[in-house]
Design a protein around this ligand. Structure first.
Ligand code: ATP
Ligand code: MG
Length: 210
């Protein structure tokens, strides 16, 4: 068995890296896949989420968590992909050469962009680095307010940077912030529009990497 590796990266802080990483993990797990989370961010938000989850739900051998140094991310994830269907790497909000192992090893790099021009400007760095390492990238617009001119503009500008932009946009919803704090994914909260959003995003990602 050889799993797929997804790295979530973006130098802008608070763009939704950890949110997308854990929600993707929960969606993949709910579909019967095993998932290993790897946190290379010293802030440790993903680890906090995982600890909350352990106290809420208990241990689950099909959803594992470990930390890694940034430079050790490729070694760690290559090892994990022998045991898990998917390995999801969360990264810190900075772009430097330390990020390269996590980009190089990825089957797909997911780049969340909180929907604003300022956030988009910050995205060029990770796109350049990913291009150098020949990594496949998918930009995901996060915290959008649907049907606003801003989200249309930012999506267009992202495409002009030469990036693939996901058809699915992730709206600004309290359930994402709330479920993160509870160690859950948005699909595990009482049904709302976030379920369809995360399901569609997971479908799109799977269509790219199988
Ligand atoms: N779509 C969304 N709707 C509402 N809140 C969101 C959404 N996405 C992220 N958030 C909230 O924004 C904050 C930052 O998100 P998150 O921690 O995922 O970003 P990050 O890119 O991992 O940040 P950092 O760069 O510090 O690691 C969190 O409080 C999170 O709950
Ligand atoms: Mg984070």
């Amino acid at each position: 068995m050889s799993g797929r590796i997804i790295t979530v990266a973006q130098q802008k802080g608070g763009s939704g890296k950890t949110t997308l990483a854990v929600n993707l993990a929960v969606c993949l797990h709910a579909r019967g896949h095993s998932v290993a989370l790897v946190d290379t961010d010293p802030q440790g938000s993903m680890g906090r989420w995982f600890m909350e989850r352990m106290s809420a739900i208990g241990e689950d051998e099909a959803l594992d968590f470990s930390t890694s140094s940034a430079w050790g991310a490729s070694y760690e994830s290559e090892k994990l992909k022998k045991r898990f269907d998917y390995v999801i790497i969360d990264t810190p909000p900075k772009i430097d050469s330390d990020l390269r192992p996590a980009l190089r090893v990825a089957d797909l790099v997911v780049v969340p962009v909180a929907t604003s021009h300022v956030d988009l400007w910050a995205t060029e760095g990770v796109l350049d680095l990913a291009r150098r390492d020949k990594a496949e990238v998918l930009v995901v617009l996060n915290r959008t307010r649907p049907n606003t001119r801003l989200s249309v503009e930012v999506a267009q500008k992202a495409a002009e940077l030469g990036a693939q932009v996901a058809d699915t946009q992730v709206s600004n919803r309290v359930v994402y912030a709330e479920s993160l704090g509870l160690g859950l994914g948005a699909i595990e909260r009482p049904k709302g529009p976030a379920v369809a959003e995360m399901t569609a995003l997971t479908d799109e990602i799977l269509a790219r990497i199988g």
